[in-house]
Design a binder for this molecule. Structure first.
Ligand code: 5LI
Ligand code: NI
Length: 189
């Protein structure tokens, strides 16, 4: 089971795993990679269950990338829950070797900013991202997928794909004016 103690912190990342480009994953997946993928998705499910999260002191997450638990591989779990906890998640997948193929000119940012399990402090400010993205990835069986996302799920996948490329959310915050946004940026509540 992945716990908070397993998370690599950006302020203590001596191996720089959070700041390097992760390795491409080859198929068929090794036993180890299959176990890691399952454990990462399980972390997200548990962290979104108030009782389990409380019991194991898990910080909630809608995504988790392998470098965050010290594994420099191109793999991330994404679990964006449905509105008001209705059973069907908006996006649930372990994305392997993801690559953004195109994106909108239009920018978007989450109103309350972003958080990260690799960043044990609040970093206020608007994280400016693409409102829409088209990206490809392989699923755990190696099948290629091409997905178009918009709004919140698109933001989450950008946050995760960033992790695989050594980028952290606060890299996108304007240091001088953290709450400045390009004027036509969509604010996601
Ligand atoms: O990389 C994944 N994490 O660090 C897990 C914790 N952060 C979140 O769940 C989170 C919170 C707010 C906005 C975004 Cl986009 C994300 Cl991803
Ligand atoms: Ni993160």
């Amino acid at each position: 089971m992945i716990l908070m103690k397993d998370m690599v912190r950006d302020d203590k990342d001596s191996k720089k795993v959070l700041r390097s480009t992760a390795k491409q994953v080859s198929f068929p997946l090794s036993e180890e990679d299959q176990k890691l993928a399952a454990a990462m998705m399980k972390y997200l499910e548990d962290s979104q269950d108030p009782k389990i999260a409380e019991k194991h002191q898990l910080r909630a997450g809608v995504g988790l990338a392998a470098p965050q638990v010290g594994v420099s591989e191109m793999m991330a779990a994404v679990l964006v829950p449905g509105e008001d906890g209705d059973a069907k998640p908006i996006f649930k997948e372990v994305i392997v070797n993801p690559k953004i193929r195109s994106y909108s000119v239009q920018n978007a940012a989450i109103a309350e900013g972003e958080g990260c399990l690799s960043v044990f402090r609040d970093v206020p400010g608007y994280v400016i991202r693409h409102e829409k993205i088209t990206f490809t990835y392989q699923d755990l069986d190696g099948n290629e997928h091409k997905v178009r996302l918009k709004g919140y799920p698109a933001i989450v996948c950008q946050h995760e794909i960033d992790h695989l490329n050594g980028i952290l959310f606060y890299d996108h915050i304007n240091k001088q004016k953290p709450f400045e946004m390009p004027d036509d940026t969509t604010v996601i509540e």
